[in-house]
Write a protein that binds this ligand. Structure first.
Ligand code: UGA
Length: 482
């Protein structure tokens, strides 16, 4: 099929590349000329596994980039809208980009039937509004339908998530719109894509072919918001339980193993830490809250999910303070700036928020992130230093903080790390290490919802010149005065 994808952000660009890989003729359109120029030069503006390869192998007639929406729309029979829906002041999603694309699509005309597909995360009733705006701008009612086809990809694993989804949701109020979307996903639904030799590698444990769920457009819009809100709630819930573990000396990993073994609950998205971030959960929770309010329901559970999430960062700062006593002038190595591992995205990143908070406490920060340092430099104050490796960041540090769950941070050379740090203190906001291992390696190791360990050998025995550290918490072994 001829498809236009409007928007070349994470969702739009990944969708365009994957739809091209399924065999469609795709034009990815954006009104950001620089972005399109960069894509035309062969640059990929984001760090996403398999995306450069997919773009490269489909580039040409199957995958084009353009700033000309009208032309792309005229030659396409399906148009995916994947533009931004940022939060407005009151938390509601700002749908002005969706509205303006709808006007442009109506004015572009085209003379043949087209299905307009909402791919951006939008509140319920958006499909009605898109339809209304298109009619007001001269679109012929028989020549288009508006459908909702929410996307559930995660950054970092976006390509794999798109091609191997848990489900495909098609929200269509007409049979021809549903049929067009079925046709688009046919290579996945009939399994032919998965039999191809050059398919993107299959992740473990996927169900193939993916189940198809066909609903009304409104239900599909709600499925997206409800899914993100539920996942965020799962994270806040487990963070709250982790805080109780901290209080009573239990271990959140053990608790999760027991809780997640219930197949009605499941193990995934039960990782306690410094809270969720990113461009989706924080924004979508507020938008869903506003949707509920607008239809007369006071969804206060969502407020609590947000509150727990914010508090989780404060609790982490308190852990740093407990480990170091005072913060002013302390040199901290920060591993991770992205909102999660596998991406260079720093939007609403808890790591960035924590770095800002620590700078306000007059800490000196040396940060390292495998992909997000370029973006972080643009938003963080000039005083932050950047290292070119985790070990370099740790040089002479009073403590090392793990703020993003990059795989490489879970495989550090602990001996080397310890030798470079001023004090062997790690405060891990992502629970990447086994506390018993860290203790045996001589680290003070403080994580989230798990026992704190104090493997520090007396400072006087190893490094007489070192500064005195004050007690962290009762029960820990402390460095002795030199
Ligand atoms: C999220 C959803 O997972 C996707 O299904 C959805 O398509 C996407 O939003 C979207 O609406 O576009 P994403 O924001 O890319 O995807 O990342 P997640 O993997 O969901 O992580 C979100 C945040 O939660 C990260 O900060 C992550 O570190 C945190 N998290 C995740 C936890 O703290 N604990 C967990 O167990 C899982």
């Amino acid at each position: 099929m001829h498809i236009a994808v409007v928007g070349s952000g994470y969702v739009g660009l990944v969708a365009a590349a994957c739809l091209a890989d399924l065999g469609h003729q795709v034009i990815c359109v954006d009104n950001d000329e620089n972005r399109i120029a960069c894509l035309l030069r062969g640059e990929v503006p984001m760090h996403e596994k398999f995306l450069p390869e997919l773009i490269e192998r489909n580039r040409g007639p199957r995958l084009q980039f353009s700033t000309d929406l009208a032309q792309a729309a005229r030659r396409s029979s399906a148009i995916f809208i994947a533009v931004g829906t940022p939060p407005a002041e009151d938390g509601e999603a700002d749908l002005s980009f969706v509205e303006s694309v709808s006007c442009d699509l109506a004015r572009a005309g085209g003379g043949s039937y087209k299905v307009i597909v909402e791919k951006s995360t939008v509140p319920v009733y958006t499909s009605d509004w898109v339809r209304r705006v298109m009619l007001l701008n001269g679109a012929a009612p028989d020549y288009f339908d508006v459908a909702s086809n929410p996307e559930f990809l995660r950054e970092g694993t976006a390509v794999t998530d798109f091609l191997y989804p848990d489900r495909i949701v098609i929200g269509a109020d007409s049979s021809r719109a549903a049929a067009a979307l079925r046709e688009i996903y046919r290579p996945m639904l009939d399994g032919s894509y998965y039999r191809r030799e050059n398919k993107v590698p299959e992740p473990d444990g996927v169900r193939l072919p993916p189940p198809l769920i066909v609903t009304s457009a409104k239900s599909a819009e709600l499925i997206k918001h409800a899914s993100n809100a539920f996942l965020a709630m799962k994270i806040s819930f487990i963070n709250a339980v982790a805080n109780i573990c901290d209080g009573v000396g239990a271990d959140i990993e053990e608790v999760c193993e027991g809780v997640g073994a219930d197949s009605r609950i499941g193990q995934r998205f039960l990782n306690a830490g410094i809270g969720y971030g990113g461009s989706c959960f924080p924004k979508d929770l507020l938008a869903f809250r506003a949707v509920a309010r607008n239809c007369g329901y006071d969804f206060r559970l969502l407020d609590e999910v947000v509150r727990i999430n914010e508090e989780q960062r404060q609790r982490f700062i308190r852990k740093v303070r407990r480990a170091l006593w005072t913060l002013k002038g302390k040199r901290l190595a920060v591993l991770g700036l992205a909102f999660k591992g596998g991406t260079d995205d720093i939007r609403e990143s808890p790591a960035i928020a924590l770095v800002r908070a620590l700078l306000r406490e007059n800490c000196a920060i040396t940060a390292y992130d495998p992909a997000a340092m370029g973006r972080a430099r643009e938003v963080l104050p000039a005083g932050v230093e950047y290292a070119d490796s985790a070990h370099a960041a740790a040089e002479d540090a009073d403590a090392l903080l793990i703020l993003t769950d990059w795989e490489e941070f879970a495989a550090l050379d602990l001996e080397r790390l310890r030798a470079r740090m001023k004090y062997p203190i790690i405060i891990d906001g992502r629970n990447l290490y086994d506390p018993a291992l860290m203790e045996s390696r001589g680290f003070t190791y403080i994580s989230v919802g798990r026992p704190e360990v104090y493997g520090i050998r007396p400072a006087a025995a190893t490094a007489p010149q070192r500064r005195v550290l004050r007690p962290a918490v009762a029960g820990g072994e402390l460095p002795k005065a030199s």
